[in-house]
Design a protein around this ligand. Structure first.
Ligand SMILES: [Zn+2]
Length: 482
């Protein structure tokens, strides 16, 4: 099994004819790969555990990277593989020897036999195998490179980041290949998360293909090795992605909309602070970057060697700082007066947002009766909101009661709203003037619901249309094979 974080069919198709992409070309030309629906929201946190356990978020307990708490303070949540075990535990118990390399979201080493493992994103990679440890040292591999801060701060160019991510993909692949050549395994899973990390920074840039290709062609090289091995020795490849990705043109400010429509209210302190003019001397970095990219200085900037770019960026920034003003103020859940607020959006800051009704599950509830009526009113109003292009802003509005079906594992969202193509949802920014905002560098790309599922050799109808169906497919394969 090969896992790729945030890889939709359309990106593979866009890149398939490029250099080094032949193995993907082979899979696509033989129609081996199709769409696979992610969780709601389509996020790494809930989606990979659903792939590993076959469970919905309501049952594995991870709705997003955070869960909502009674006192309105979100709490970080991890996939706990001891409680909801991944399918390779069942394989290992059946006597199948497993090699598992950086499974996204599984940060725990197995307390059972038959699995050689390097733990996955988001914590530092650890291993339970001497051979893997030696290989990690040799390749200086510690998991997904932790360079997001540098990219965000403009200290690292995305093309340099792409190179670093590509190198880390190669390390994972080389470690896996070495292990497969020296030991016999019945199941091998290697997961690559670099794709997601990079895509968030590049998908709406003109040269996005050039940034992605180094990483994708490295994964292709590993796919090629697996396909060749299967052609020679038999076996089957399963290739999965937890959700897809898309370029973002605009962010919709959802809590701002809830405020404008009287559902959500600032507290007195925030009210006073937000009334002030935002600091016009401190333009957001992405504003400067956008100005550079659209100006005549663009050519100069592009031709500069990497080490000079930071200095040029600062210098150009000064030229534009008068023009590049920020009209947005950052707000948090503690800025709201919950006693008066009936509805709020929290946690999910991506194309599918989570909305809660402030009812008796919370510390200072303001909705006692008429929750259903309020929900219906909200649904009607939300369905009429216009996107930046004038179409429907929310293409799907899901009922949390249905999706989370009374889970006791966390306080479930009441509504899940999915933004129109090209839009993501922002819950943190406030503006008096607008409900839209240009995406910052790190939101150049964001998720979509469709990831991929593929097999090689091709199966006519693998019946895996969503992340919760992968486990059953795999178990069936091993059941039939034994
Ligand atoms: Zn993901």
């Amino acid at each position: 099994m090969i896992g790729m974080d945030s890889v939709p069919l359309w990106i593979l198709k866009e890149l398939e004819s490029e250099k080094g992409m032949q193995p993907f070309r082979k899979l696509l030309s033989t129609d081996c790969i199709g769409n696979m629906e992610s969780t709601l929201p389509p996020m790494t946190g809930p989606a990979w555990p659903s792939i590993y356990t076959g469970l919905e978020p309501k049952d594995h307990g991870v709705p997003d990277f955070f869960v909502m708490k009674k006192g309105y303070t979100p709490d970080i949540v991890y996939y706990e593989s001891q409680k909801a075990h991944p399918f390779w535990k069942e394989l290992a118990n059946k006597g199948v020897k497993c090699l598992v390399i950086t499974p996204a979201t599984d940060i725990t080493l197995p307390d059972y036999d038959n699995v050689d493992m390097i733990t996955g994103f988001p914590l530092k990679a650890r291993t339970n195998s001497k051979e893997l440890e030696a290989l990690m040292r040799k390749h200086r591999f510690e998991g997904e490179p932790n360079i997001e801060k540098e990219i965000k701060a403009g200290k690292m160019d995305v093309s340099e980041a792409s190179g670093i991510f590509a190198k880390s993909v190669r390390s994972r692949s080389d470690i896996a290949i070495k292990m497969m050549q020296s030991k016999k395994y019945g199941f091998v899973y290697v997961c690559f998360t670099e794709t997601d990390r990079l895509q968030h920074f590049v998908l709406n840039r003109r040269e996005w293909r050039n940034y992605l290709l180094p990483v994708y062609s490295e994964i292709a090289r590993y796919v090629g090795f697996v396909i060749d091995t299967i052609d020679k020795n038999g076996g089957r490849l399963v290739i999965v992605s937890d959700h897809g990705a898309q370029p973002i043109r605009k962010k919709f400010l959802l809590n701002n909309w809830l405020m404008q429509n009287g559902y959500l209210h600032l507290n007195d302190k925030a009210e006073k602070e937000f009334a002030k003019e935002p600091d016009r001397k401190a333009p957001a970095e992405y504003n400067i970057r956008e100005k550079i990219m659209k100006s005549g200085l663009r050519g100069v900037y592009d031709r500069m060697p990497y080490h000079a770019k930071r200095a040029a960026y600062v210098a150009f920034g000064k030229v534009f700082s008068g023009a590049a003003t920020s009209k947005y103020t950052r707000m948090h859940l503690f800025d709201f007066d919950m006693k008066r607020s009936r509805v709020f959006a929290a946690i999910s800051n991506d194309p599918v947002a989570s909305i809660w009704i402030n009812d008796s599950r919370f510390a200072t509830p303001s909705v006692k009766n008429g929750k259903e009526k309020l929900m219906n009113e909200l649904k009607t109003k939300l369905s009429k909101v216009k996107s930046y292009d004038g179409g429907k802003m929310f293409v799907n509005i899901y009922d949390g009661k249905e999706y989370y079906n009374g889970t006791k594992k966390f306080i479930p969202a009441d509504l899940l709203v999915e933004a129109a193509e090209g839009h993501t949802i922002d819950i943190f920014n406030f503006s008096k003037d607008t409900l839209f905002m240009d995406p910052e560098d790190a939101k150049s790309g964001d998720h979509i619901r469709n990831g991929i599922f593929g097999t090689y050799p091709k199966l006519p109808d693998p019946k895996v249309g969503s992340v919760t169906q992968v486990k059953r497919f795999i178990m069936k394969h091993y059941g039939a094979a034994r």
